[in-house]
Design a protein around this ligand. Structure first.
Ligand code: NOJ
Length: 542
């Protein structure tokens, strides 16, 4: 069993499982829950504290499962409720906690509520669960844009329009409707009763919208935009009363459940509100994920994040990769002058990438992230150093971004390719059949089997890092930056863990201290270019 710890998430290493791509137990080419359970020893061996399980609910898969038909059931292709119970029990036996995704901004257009809304007249209570409006003549009710491209409004048979901030198959719910609030309280209880430890809250900053007429324009969908609570769609003040309601439900349980907010709005003091003890408890910090490779930028985002969290009385929640962005083993190889926004939003219509460089930088960035105070979320396959699969044939693409961009942006499928477990064999051990997205040539060389026990492999590095991390106190936010060799970033934590990253193009001498771990072989006391190391600070050299 996991150790009782009332704020376990503060320092946890959480591993995101994207179930369709993790392990397939029945050979149908799609990963499933029994597959996850069958591979728990890999995760226990890695040394993680918790799993975040992306959606496994019934879904027509218009958006990779983030379009949900029934929030309290399991997609039959992925298993049954018994499989969820087995997974929770098996994870708990290994001391691993389980977080599930909750997707409150929208449902699938196949959800019984939305079908009922379509079959009901304008102004009906069935339509009031969603955001239906009359258009402006032939024009949609407002200029709101979908994150996946195009208008955020879709017209229905009787001429009304409904709002969808994501795909048209994902109609937005109206959170000012008490029935919607009650429904999600029930969803939380349903999974908490089964024993899940927490929730990852999809698009948490989008739930509250200003729906007063006339609808206001939303002109600025930009990552650089500092939000102040007055935007019609994002990060509005009212969203916090929704999460205070959730907290009351979390606190019905012993131990109380936690949640982590996904908000993509630019970080400012408002971001921390989601993580208040009166709300969700944790909020993703994507600043490292958005940062381009470089000493100044990495140091700046870490300093900003640490000081912001400290002021809010919180610890950061770091992320380098997830199922929505190009894997960091590809992303960090980008030329620093490339536009990071375009790169993230496009999901990687990639400029030329040097894979060796990407792998090197990714390992270094991971060691840096895992040396920072706070919690870290890993994305399945990053422990293998997997790159984004850039050349998926367009015929297999499934991401709505691909369809809504009219085939101009490939989208996120490249980071969702099923994992390679073995060097050879059908779908490289993912299952006994095929895989729903094709694995590229050479993927077997990155498999778990190929890296298991191999000194210097990415898997070995992750294992060692997670093992060593337990010797230190990630709850202590105190760090110092030490100047040293040019191009070397060097931080020292109060508990003595020192992390150095060599951003220079030549090897650099390591500072004094006991070398604990390095992302590349250290020769003659020198850390290679684009590598990182952990040292134990010697008191006299502090
Ligand atoms: C964020 C999820 O991570 C992403 O995969 C999804 O497309 C959107 N929210 C919509 O649910």
């Amino acid at each position: 069993m996991a150790r009782p710890d009332p704020r376990w998430w503060d320092t946890a290493v959480v591993y995101q499982v994207y179930p369709r791509s993790f392990a397939d137990s029945d050979g149908d080419g799609v990963g499933d829950l029994a597959g996850v359970t069958s591979r728990l020893d890999h995760l226990a061996g890695l040394g993680i504290d918790a799993i975040w399980l992306s959606p496994f609910y019934p879904s027509p898969l218009a958006d990779g499962g983030y379009d949900i038909v029934d929030h309290r059931a399991v997609d039959p292709r992925l298993g049954t409720l018994d499989d969820v119970d087995d997974l929770i029990a098996a994870a708990h036996r290994r001391g691993i906690r389980l977080i599930v995704d909750i997707v409150p901004n929208h449902t699938s257009d196949q959800h019984p509520w939305f079908r009922e809304a379509l079959a009901s007249p304008a102004g009906s209570s069935a339509r009031d669960r969603y955001i239906f409006r009359d258009g402006r003549g032939e024009e949609p009710p407002s200029d709101w844009r979908s994150h996946f491209g195009g208008s955020a409004w879709e017209r229905v048979g009787d001429g009304q329009w409904y709002c969808h901030l994501f795909a048209r198959e994902q109609p937005d719910l109206d959170w000012s409707n008490p029935e919607v609030r009650e429904h999600f309280h029930g969803v939380i209880r349903f999974w908490a009763d089964r024993g899940v430890d927490g929730f990852r809250v999809d698009a948490a900053h989008t739930l509250a919208k200003d729906l007063t007429e006339p609808l206001r324009s939303q002109p600025r969908l930009s990552r650089a935009l500092p939000l102040d609570g007055t935007d019609p769609l994002y990060d509005r003040d009212e969203v916090h009363s929704i999460f205070e309601g959730w907290r009351a439900v979390f606190d019905e349980y012993d131990p109380p459940r936690m949640a982590v907010a996904e908000t993509w709005s630019p970080r400012n003091e408002r971001s921390y509100l989601y993580a208040r003890p009166t709300e969700l408890g944790q909020v993703f910090d994507f600043s490292l994920l958005k940062a381009r490779w470089g000493l100044e930028e990495f140091r700046r985002v870490i300093e900003d994040s640490l000081s912001g969290h400290r002021a809010a009385g919180l610890l950061p929640t770091w992320v380098l990769s997830n199922h929505d962005v190009p894997r960091h083993a590809s992303r960090l190889a980008l030329d620093p002058d490339a536009d990071p926004d375009a790169w993230l939003l496009s999901g990687g219509t990639a400029p030329r990438i040097d894979p060796e460089r990407g792998a090197r930088r990714a390992r270094a960035a991971t060691l840096l992230m895992l040396a920072l105070p706070g919690s870290a979320y890993l994305y399945q396959g990053e422990e293998l150093g997997l790159p984004k699969v850039a050349d998926l044939p367009t015929a297999v693409l499934q991401d709505p971004v691909w369809f809504r961009s009219g085939g101009t942006v490939k989208g996120r499928d490249g980071c969702r390719v099923p994992l390679p477990w073995t060097r050879t064999g059908p779908s490289l051990g993912f299952g006994t059949g095929g895989s729903w997205l094709p694995q590229p040539p050479g993927f077997g060389r990155l498999s778990v089997a190929a890296q298991e026990g191999v000194s210097g492999s990415s898997l070995t590095l992750y294992r060692e890092a997670l093992r060593l991390r337990r010797r230190f106190d990630a709850a202590d936010p105190r760090i110092e930056w030490h100047d040293g060799e040019p191009g070397m970033l060097r931080l020292v934590r109060a508990d003595g863990l020192c992390c150095v990253v060599n951003f220079a193009s030549e090897p650099r001498p390591l500072p004094p201290g006991e070398l604990l771990l390095a992302s590349a072989p250290v020769e003659a006391g020198h850390l290679p270019s684009e590598s990182a190391a952990w040292l134990l600070r010697q008191r006299s050299t502090a």
